[in-house]
Design a protein around this ligand. Structure first.
Ligand code: HEM
Ligand SMILES: *[C@@H]1O[C@H](CO)[C@@H](O)[C@H](O)[C@H]1NC(C)=O
Ligand SMILES: *[C@@H]1O[C@H](CO)[C@@H](O)[C@H](O)[C@H]1NC(C)=O
Ligand SMILES: CC(=O)N[C@H]1CO[C@H](CO)[C@@H](O)[C@@H]1O
Length: 320
């Protein structure tokens, strides 16, 4: 009787766990089914970076946007003839095409070796890790086993991606919803050590009257000369004014020098609640490297589909 009930509880727990897709991501998930996948993706990413450095920021940001909307399930990659997919949300204008291209090329190479086995979500996760490593950032293992999602809708993006004018509380609550702590959030924001921003995303900070006290006046002047008030909306500037093509901790020393690009960047230093972490990451590159790697692994677990959920997409830009 007791044994029977115990067994029953175990079975119920198991079924519940499976129903919720609690199957875990793990390193080496494709060890038997596609053992060379990481090398294949790495090769594609390296070739693509040698053609254009934009590959680095574009792929990293694409991963972040994918994970925060529907989870890390490649929903952002779905093409949309009708303009209503996830990538058609306002932020799509600034997701650089090189990120999409990287994943599609890597998928083609992976399919040639092991057709129908590796998800697009996993390829994006591997590529996002690789662009960090190949631009000088921390080396870290990537967990795999994600399945591709069935939903990609513009209307489901709203409220799920952070805005550059967010306060610390707004940043924290959005990241917490994705199981990321304030330290994770501060570390992941260090991704802004590479890449570009369009002028309109920060123009209110450099043209405000009175001047925004959290922007260094000389930096504001520099940004105004790159971004005149009548600037062409396609103009973009480096987010890290010091070492834009290296994945380093310069982002944090920039914040200490009040040379953060967005309100959401500079607030990490302005706010006493997160300032200590910023100063630590500015002074101790190893602390940043460790925290960034850990936060990327956690980001990669966001809302993932595993086991029998979702699908292994044949074409990353279309549902099967
Ligand atoms: C903390 C809240 C964040 C906010 C408010 C934010 C906002 C933005 C904005 C407004 C841009 C400029 C887009 C443009 O005009 O082209 C940008 C670029 C970028 N973001 Fe973030 N972001 C955040 C966090 C992250 C995270 C967590 C990552 C990745 C781990 C990331 C990676 C990037 C990269 C790499 C770029 C440059 C893209 C490129 O050059 O193509 N961001 N972000
Ligand atoms: C940020 O900007 C949006 C419009 O882009 C606005 O709706 C929102 O109120 C602003 N948030 C803050 C904290 O200023
Ligand atoms: C956050 O973690 C909880 C507990 O592990 C999990 O149930 C939930 O799905 C996670 N949320 C996201 C967005 O991944
Ligand atoms: C809704 C929206 O902003 N769609 C735009 C997405 O980006 C493409 C260019 O990459 C534009 O043509 C769309 O208008």
């Amino acid at each position: 009787m007791e044994v029977g009930r115990g067994l029953c509880v175990v079975v119920v727990l198991l079924v519940t766990a499976m129903g919720q897709g609690d199957a875990q991501l793990r390193q080496g998930f494709y060890g038997l089914t596609c053992p060379l996948v990481e090398g294949i993706v790495r090769q594609t990413v390296a070739t693509k970076i040698s053609q254009t450095f934009t590959t680095v920021p574009a792929t990293l940001r694409l991963f972040f946007h994918d994970c925060f909307v529907e989870g890390c399930d490649a929903s952002v990659l779905i093409a949309s003839p009708n303009g209503d997919a996830e990538k058609d949300a306002d932020d799509n204008l600034s997701l650089a095409g090189d990120g999409f291209d990287t994943v599609i090329k890597a998928k083609t190479a992976v399919e040639a070796a092991c057709p129908g086995v590796v998800s697009c979500a996993d390829i994006l996760a591997i590529a996002a890790r690789d662009v960090v490593v190949l631009s000088g950032g921390p080396v870290f293992p990537v967990e795999l086993g994600r399945r591709d999602g069935h939903v990609s809708q513009k209307l489901r993006v709203a409220g799920n991606l952070p805005l550059p004018n967010f306060t610390l509380d707004e940043l924290n609550s959005m990241f917490q919803r994705n199981n990321l702590s304030q330290t994770d959030m501060v570390a992941l924001s260090g991704a802004h050590t590479v890449g570009f921003s369009h002028c309109n995303r920060f123009s209110s900070r450099i043209y405000s009257n009175p001047p925004d006290p959290t922007v260094d006046p000389a930096y504001a002047q520099q940004l105004r000369s790159s971004c005149p008030s009548n600037v062409d909306p396609s103009v973009a500037v480096n987010m890290d004014p010091t070492t834009p093509n290296v994945f380093d901790n310069a982002y944090y020393s920039n914040l200490v020098a009040r040379k953060g690009m967005f309100t959401s960047d500079e607030v990490l230093f302005s706010s006493s609640q997160s300032r200590g972490t910023v100063v630590d990451f500015a002074n101790n590159p190893a602390d940043f490297a460790t925290a960034f790697a850990a936060a990327m692994v956690k980001l990669g677990r966001t809302g993932v589909k595993t086991g029998e959920q979702g699908e292994i997409r044949r074409d990353c830009a279309a549902f099967n």
